[in-house]
Design a binder for this molecule. Structure first.
Ligand code: AMP
Length: 133
């Protein structure tokens, strides 16, 4: 059975798209730690990021780097933090989180509740910056 993130990458389940190419897809985390919290996934169904082959994980990180740059341009921050958890969804995903301090990358923090219109606005800003790279 396809994972929820496969369905998102295929457009079967809606998401707030931030960036994409043939192999990878980026969209807003639905329970963001901060505005701009984005997930980057391979379209291919693979559970554990560290099971990926070197060349694939290399392309994955290069794509995530571009998404991180787009996030930083859209949401000025000290740095964009990267985290891999994968405890909830069994489809590889990288969390990218714009950080003003280390506290922003604490996954035990309460998540933001944003209206759909604001989520769309955030995703559109990141998408626009990604197109400029
Ligand atoms: P983890 O597997 O521990 O990295 O957590 C999964 C992450 O995916 C959580 O931060 C969720 O908020 C996020 N998430 C789960 N379902 C969706 C969805 N349909 N759209 C966007 N983000 C999601």
């Amino acid at each position: 059975m396809a994972t929820i993130f496969t369905k998102i990458a295929q457009g079967e389940i809606p998401s707030y798209k931030c960036a994409e190419n043939d192999e990878f897809y980026a969209f807003l985390d639905i329970n963001p730690l901060v505005k701009g919290h984005t997930l980057v996934i391979p379209r291919r169904e693979v559970d554990y990021i560290f099971d990926m082959e070197d060349d694939e994980i290399g392309r994955y990180q290069i794509f995530a780097k571009k998404v991180a740059r787009a996030i930083k341009a859209a949401f000025p921050c000290i740095k964009v933090g990267e985290a891999v958890l994968g405890l909830e969804v069994n489809h590889a995903h990288i969390h990218l989180v714009p950080m003003q301090s280390e506290k922003d990358l604490n996954f035990a923090n309460a998540k933001l509740k944003l209206e759909p219109a604001e989520m769309q606005e955030i995703a559109d800003k990141i998408y626009a910056e990604f197109q400029k790279l």
